[in-house]
Design a binder for this molecule. Sequence first.
Ligand code: SAH
Length: 268
Amino acid sequence: METLLESAPAPDVRIVLVGTQHPGNIGSAARAMKTMGLSRLVLVAPEKAPDRDTQAMAAGADDLVEAAPVFATLAEAVADCRWVLGCTARSRRIQLEPLHPRDAARRAVLAAGSGPVALVFGRERTGLDNMELQLCHAAVHIPSDPAFSSLNLAAAVQVLAYELRCALLDATGVEAQPAPAMRTAPPGEGSASHAELEGFFGQLAETLDQIDFHKGRAPDSAMRKLRRLYLRANLDSADIRLLRGVLADAQRMARLAAAVGSAPAKIG
Ligand code: SAH
């Protein structure tokens, strides 16, 4: 079934990698992009050309690397862009408007309607230099732990690509989350533990067998539906005790019925 999102064109957002030092990171970044529906990868003066490591890390996203234009400078790579965002691991000492990735992605999807947008990522060791940052219109910082703020290059691309995808899903009216009716209630205080739930499901499966609920059909489908139903109810420990009490009685009655069924009929 084709969704609204599949039929929507990918936003004109390019991912620009500047001076990448490890060819493997180019492949990982391509993979991160492709999983999120982005296809425009641009390289600026990579330290080493894409190689076998790139291909291995791309894991099927090599088409993005093969199609990626390579420029000598960042200025050339973004010359035709309407909006250029520099992604930086450093949150302070930047003279640019700082944007949260979510806000940046939402604005990028809107801006891409009127011209190409670029998200620019720096070198693994040193990031983007000041000259390169000056070519950007705003800075994006992933709010990482200030004491250890630098993500792996491809991990940073993944975060931004994911935010772009969510922004696009919102913009095209496709819910990024399942419809409320499908949502499982979040566990609250006093919710049953995983072990309690699994104990209950085990006894439920046993009981269904004993009362011949399945009548020769495979039990998996009924159990899947029952699991979903009970998980929606957000059971607590007392609920589990009550339900297991009901099952224990049903099992006792099933044993009695089996014993009566196998006893020789009385002749009166
Ligand atoms: N030591 C470098 C880190 C480079 S990491 C520095 O201090 O800049 C490689 C690239 O990944 C960065 O240039 C940036 O584009 C991106 N990146 C890493 N962590 C990030 C973060 N927290 N927020 C935004 N981009 C980040």
